[in-house]
Design a protein around this ligand. Structure first.
Ligand code: AMP
Ligand code: MG
Length: 486
């Protein structure tokens, strides 16, 4: 029996959807990590992944039986500018596996060598971004956010050259419901290839949105469902203080997962205008802009789907516009519900939206750590002393003025503390901890990576032995910038 039960539906799409090619071998593969629980969900024996044969294909030095490797074609708006041809430049899809839960998932190697879409890049990935993606994507999964997953990571024994100099290389095995993006549709729309658009939409409906098939207009139903998933996703990100950092349309997943962890980061001190990415000079992808930007990305999807929405172009435009116009209210509802829960409110009532707005303003003005604030507030709801929470603020008087209003509102709730403990994590992948894990891994020590990963697998649970991982960075530990690392 093959080690992996591949069933590769994307590889059965028309040939101009991708380029078939194998990963480029590396000199000396070495295992970094295997995600045993995820392997098990995919019915892959974790022992196989740790074996010499497993490590060989994880590094791209061999192909697992049943794989049909390919690099997918896609386009995308990068920082608002349209690039008609991007594609997998350093990722190779090995194929798809249907897991124990019946869900079909892509198995992809990132950093597996050049492809026809590498555009001058080396097709490789340094170790740092692999460690970051492994930690942050698994943390997202632990936090309950739809996300691509890390199945395994290996070092290559090969150096990659970046602006900062020579870095150790790595390959990550990534799992996603699929790697189809808004940019996948844009690729064919830009070429007026309506037949391909239709084939892709059919594939997406069958694979990700089967309920849309029964609708009067299945493509419209699919578009609406993508919009709904993304409104919930971006609201979840914001509730955790997550800043994706590079929300280009090629990084906007059609199944609605968090994808591409290049310059992403969780913020420490709350600031709605916070940006980490070194290339986001104008704050396009700042924390507080993410709802608007997702809507913009979804408008690009709607635009690409126009030829499939209706025969009459005016009618198609009307349907697309209405679907996209539905985003703000879906997002606002998810945003309000989510932040209400963080404050201990189970059912949103009149006045709660104002309380949320005032809370966020208070947090920004008062200068408080986002995660510590909500966790401290959870302790307050349990009957804890507010003075500890007050001490987290640079300007405690701003907090003191806000507190009575919250106390009054939450007094009407049955189990505010219980609700808050479920939605306010104790642990997030703090940037300085991720950076620490990366630095250590570069020096050959995987201990900090493994410890951080273990802590983040139970983010909502108090872990007294790991209390140090709760802490905000000291000023000298603070990470101010993140890099795509490409
Ligand atoms: P990203 O910023 O990771 O979303 O990547 C944008 C585009 O650049 C995608 O088409 C990637 O495949 C491509 N790309 C990024 N890094 C590399 C690299 N090192 N080699 C080749 N292509 C790359
Ligand atoms: Mg990308």
């Amino acid at each position: 029996m093959p080690a992996i039960a591949f069933d590769n539906s994307y590889a059965r799409l028309p040939e101009h959807f991708f380029a078939r090619l194998s990963p480029t071998p590396v000199p000396q593969p070495g295992l970094i990590a295997v995600n045993e629980a995820l392997a098990d969900e995919l019915a892959i024996d974790p022992a196989h992944l740790r074996s010499e044969a497993g490590i060989a294909w994880l590094a791209g030095n061999a192909l697992p039986e049943g794989a049909e490797p390919l690099a997918a074609a896609y386009a995308g708006h990068q920082f608002g500018g349209f690039v008609p041809q991007l594609g997998d430049g350093r990722a190779i899809l090995l194929g798809e596996v249907v897991g124990r839960d019946g869900v079909r998932r892509d198995l992809q190697l990132k950093g597996a060598g050049p492809t026809p879409w590498s555009r001058g890049g080396d097709g490789r990935s340094p170790l740092g971004p692999v460690i970051r993606e492994y930690l942050v994507s698994e943390a997202m999964a632990g936090l309950g956010v739809p996300t691509t997953r890390a199945l395994a990571a290996v070092t290559t024994g090969e150096s990659v050259w970046r602006q900062t100099g020579r870095l150790p290389g790595a390959v990550m095995a990534r799992v996603a419901q699929s790697h189809i993006r808004v940019g996948s549709f844009q690729y064919f729309a830009a070429r007026d290839d309506t037949e391909a658009l239709r084939a892709l939409a059919d594939h997406v409906i069958d694979r990700h949105y089967p309920e849309a098939r029964a609708a009067e207009n299945p493509v419209l139903a699919m578009l609406e469902a993508v919009i709904a998933r993304h409104s919930a996703l971006v609201a979840q990100w914001m509730q955790l203080g997550f800043i994706h950092g590079v929300m280009n349309t090629d990084n906007c997943s059609i199944p609605g997962e968090t994808i591409d962890f290049g310059p992403c980061a969780f913020m420490d001190r709350f600031d709605p205008a916070k940006v980490f990415s070194s290339i986001d000079r104008h704050g396009r992808y700042a924390w507080g802009n993410q709802g608007r930007i997702v809507q913009w990305n979804l408008a690009q999807l709607a635009q690409a789907l126009l030829p499939l929405l209706a025969e009459d172009s005016e009618a198609a435009l009307g349907l697309a516009q209405t679907a996209v116009d539905g985003f703000p209210s879906l997002f606002e509802t998810a945003h309000t519900r989510g932040f209400a829960a963080k404050l201990g409110i189970s059912q949103v009532q009149e006045g709660d939206e104002e309380l949320i707005v005032a809370s966020l303003r208070m947090m920004a003005e008062g200068g408080v750590d986002f995660t510590l604030f909500f966790r401290g507030l959870t302790s307050c709801a349990r009957g804890g002393d507010a003075s500890q929470l007050r001490a987290l603020f640079e300007k405690p008087e701003v907090f003191a003025a806000w507190l009575p209003g919250w106390q009054q509102r939450v007094a009407a709730e049955q189990d505010a503390a219980g609700l808050m403990a479920r939605v306010n994590p104790v642990f997030i992948p703090r940037n300085h901890r991720v950076e620490e894990a990366i630095q250590a891994a570069r020096a050959g020590d995987l201990g900090p990576f493994q410890r951080l990963h273990a802590v983040l697998s139970r983010p909502y649970q108090e872990q007294p032995d790991n209390a140090a991982y709760e802490a905000a960075p000291q000023p000298e530990e603070e990470v101010l910038r993140t890099f795509c690392g490409t």
